[in-house]
Design a protein around this ligand. Structure first.
Ligand code: ZN
Length: 368
C-alpha cells in the first residue's frame, strides 16, 4: 500500500508523513472533545506505521501565547508561563493515561517569536501585509472564499475566534493580525513595530514551517479549527512560501457534544478525561472514541462506555483465539484502516477472523 485515503481523498506517501496537529492552549483541563482529536491523530500515526510502513513525524504545538491563557492566569493570580506549565503537565498526564504516543516535536509558541517577526517582515515586504499602530495585518479578504465559507458565516466565526472583524484599523474585516500591538498586562516582546505578541494563526505557521519545513502531508485538528484558523494558516503559509497547497490533506476530527451542546465550561457540560479514566480503562475510552467515522461529530452518553467495554472484550477474546493459519484477514484489516480509517469495518473483520488480525487491530487502536 502506498497511499491512505482521508476524507475520501487519496494521499500517496513514500516513507515519511509529516503531520502537524494544532495542540492545546494550556489554560484548562482536558475534556473529551480535545482528547478525541488527539486520540484520532495518534491512531492515524499508528495506522501509517503499522499498515502502510510509513514513518509518521508528528508535530503538536502548544499555544502558550494567547489572550485566553493570560486571562485565565490572571484570574488564578499566577503568571501566564507558570499557569501554562502546570496545565500542560496535567494535559500530558491525561494523554499518557490514554496511551497517546508522545509527538516527535512539541514546539511552544513563546519560543518562535523570532520566526513570527520574520514572517511578518517578509509579508510586509511583498505587500501581503500592512502595519497600523504597531500591529501587522495580513490581507485576508479572499480567505473565506478560498476556504469555501460564505461571508455571513465567515464574519460570525471570525468574531467568535477573536479575529475582530469590526476593527476599524483594518482595510478589510477579514484581515488578521500577524503581530499584535499589546497592552502591558499581557506577555509581550519587542519587535520592529513596538511591544507586542504574535497572532494566533501566524504562531502556528511559524512553528509548522520551522519544525517540518515547507508544506505538510496532513494538517490535523478539531473540526472547529477549519475556519478561521486552518484557512488562515494555509493562506499565510502559501503566501509566504509560494508553495500551493501548503497542506496535502486535512484531518478535521468531528466534535464531541454532550446533551446536544458543544462542551464548554460556561455551559457546565464538560466531560473530563480524568473523570472517565477514574472509572474506566483507557482501552474503553479509546474504543468509544474510535469505533465511528473520525470526521463525524457525536454526542457523548455514558451508555456508550458500556458498549465500548463489550467491544474491547470481544476483540480481546478474538485475539486470544489462534486464528486461521492461512488468512487474508490481516491484509483486510490493514486495507480497511488505510481506507479512511474504517475502524467499525476493521473490528468486524478482526472479531470474525481472530488471531493476528485482532492482535494487529488492538495494537493499531492503542488498546493494549
Ligand atoms: Zn494551529
Amino acid at each position: 500500500m502506498n497511499a491512505i485515503v482521508l476524507a475520501g481523498r487519496r494521499l500517496a506517501l513514500l516513507n515519511r508523513a509529516r503531520i502537524y496537529t494544532c495542540g492545546i492552549t494550556p489554560y484548562d483541563v482536558t475534556h473529551l472533545g480535545h482528547a478525541a482529536t488527539f486520540v484520532w491523530v495518534d491512531t492515524l500515526a499508528r495506522v501509517l506505521r503499522r499498515c502502510l510502513r510509513v514513518e509518521p513525524v508528528v508535530c503538536r504545538n502548544v499555544t502558550d501565547v494567547d489572550d485566553v491563557l493570560d486571562s485565565a492566569a490572571m484570574r488564578a493570580g499566577t503568571r501566564s508561563d507558570d499557569f501554562a506549565a502546570f496545565q500542560e503537565f496535567l494535559f500530558e498526564g491525561d494523554m499518557s493515561a490514554l496511551h497517546v504516543n508522545r509527538p516527535d516535536h512539541e514546539p511552544w509558541a513563546h519560543r518562535y517569536i523570532g520566526p513570527v517577526i520574520r514572517l511578518a517582515e517578509a509579508l510586509l515586504e511583498s505587500g501581503a501585509a500592512y502595519e497600523r499602530s504597531g500591529t501587522v495585518y495580513f490581507r485576508g479578504a479572499d480567505v473565506p472564499a478560498r476556504a469555501g465559507v460564505d461571508r455571513a458565516t465567515a464574519l460570525r466565526l471570525a468574531a467568535e475566534f477573536g479575529g475582530r472583524p469590526g476593527d476599524t484599523d483594518k482595510d478589510d474585516p477579514f484581515d488578521v493580525a500577524l503581530w499584535q500591538a499589546t497592552e502591558h498586562d499581557h506577555q509581550t516582546w519587542p519587535s520592529p513595530w513596538g511591544q507586542g505578541r504574535p497572532g494566533w494563526h501566524a504562531e502556528c505557521v511559524a512553528m509548522a514551517l520551522s519544525v517540518l519545513g515547507v508544506g505538510v502531508d496532513v494538517h490535523a485538528g478539531g473540526a472547529d479549527l477549519r475556519f478561521p484558523h486552518h484557512a488562515y494558516h494555509a493562506a499565510i503559509a502559501e503566501t509566504f512560501t509560494g508553495v500551493v497547497p501548503h497542506t496535502r490533506a486535512w484531518f478535521h476530527v468531528g466534535a464531541v457534544t454532550f446533551g446536544g451542546a458543544k462542551m464548554a465550561k460556561s455551559t457546565g457540560n464538560l466531560v473530563l478525561i480524568a473523570d472517565l479514566l477514574a472509572k474506566h480503562p483507557a482501552a474503553t475510552v479509546r474504543m468509544m472514541i474510535l469505533d465511528r467515522p473520525w470526521h463525524e461529530s457525536w454526542d457523548y452518553r455514558p451508555e456508550l462506555l458500556d458498549a465500548a467495554t463489550d467491544r474491547v472484550r470481544l476483540l480481546h477474546e478474538a485475539a486470544a483465539r489462534p486464528g486461521p493459519s492461512e488468512s487474508t484477514a490481516v491484509d483486510e484489516v490493514r486495507s480497511l484502516l488505510a481506507a479512511d480509517l474504517d475502524v467499525p469495518a476493521a473490528l468486524a473483520v478482526a472479531d470474525e477472523a481472530g488471531g493476528d488480525a485482532a492482535r494487529l487491530l488492538i495494537a493499531v487502536l492503542g488498546l493494549a
